[in-house]
Design a protein around this ligand. Sequence first.
Ligand SMILES: [Cu+2]
Length: 164
Amino acid sequence: MSDDNHKKKMKAEALWIAGFLVVLAFTAGLNFYITSQKDFSIATKMTGSNSIPNGSIPIVVTGYQWAWSYTYYNSTGKQTFVDNLNITVNQSYTLVVTSIAGAQQFAVIHDLYIPQMGIQIYAVPGQNNTITFTPDKTGTFVIECVEYCGYEHYLMRGYLTVVA
Ligand SMILES: [Cu+2]
């Protein structure tokens, strides 16, 4: 191998490494940014008492492979939404979190995480885990599953939108 050729190869390798580091730095930066958005003051009066307090609106959250569904009752009756949830500011909500029970391979544990609200609760087949909270700021917040639950785990993302 000539010296020139060797230099070219070294340069190509250095470029590959540099490019890879740029991609890593970008994704790490994005992750740090999102997790730094945590503001536990957004959700107040949080409890995990496993009961639904008076005046709190229950929302049944079910983890599937691979989506979240939210079911609640309002003036138009029973409503079910997939992935995204819209709620009202300064209203108390109780999430009743579970995972679909059924054929063994689908009955897996998920983990509901709303980082900016400081909410994290397991979704376990056959269990109803509750958490009560009152959002006191409007905005759009990421909802994600943080328990690896199968190969499309990454699809279990959505948005919680708090409106006035
Ligand atoms: Cu999951």
